[in-house]
Design a protein around this ligand. Structure first.
Ligand code: AMP
Ligand code: ZN
Length: 115
């Protein structure tokens, strides 16, 4: 837990978010500035600054994050059309919040390569 981390505060419900899923390990909520019709963020309880800080011990928690994202994709009915799961890592990749978060993006065609 980091005192002044935005996503730790969302996990602790100190900052409101449109939550779509919560358990003891992860929370999923609507991105405040959606860039696709479906744009949900999945975060772990643990304060991990970026993917670059992950260790093998985080494996089960990461699997849980993907499982939650997949379930939300099913609920939003974007599972057949497809969706993108993204971890922006570091400044050049556009990471702006340094608490690991998985972007679930869908509901429109995605470009490749990403901008
Ligand atoms: P990234 O740029 O990959 O670090 O993603 C951070 C994401 O967090 C961006 O898509 C922001 O729109 C989103 N975001 C920032 N503040 C909030 C907030 N208070 N509630 C929900 N999403 C947020
Ligand atoms: Zn945090």
């Amino acid at each position: 837990m980091a005192e002044d981390c935005l996503f730790c505060k969302i996990f602790r419900r100190e900052i409101p978010a449109k939550e779509v899923f919560r358990d003891e390990e992860v929370v999923a909520f609507e991105d405040i500035r959606p860039v696709a019709p479906v744009h949900v963020l999945v975060i772990p309880k643990e304060h991990i600054p970026s993917v670059h800080d992950l260790t093998p011990a985080h494996g089960p928690m990461l699997a849980r994050m993907f499982q939650v994202a997949n379930r939300i994709a099913d609920e939003r009915k974007i599972d057949r059309e497809g969706y993108r799961l993204t971890f922006n890592t570091g400044p050049q990749a556009g990471q702006s919040v340094y608490h690991v978060h998985l972007h679930l993006l869908g509901g429109r065609t995605m470009g490749w390569p990403p901008g």
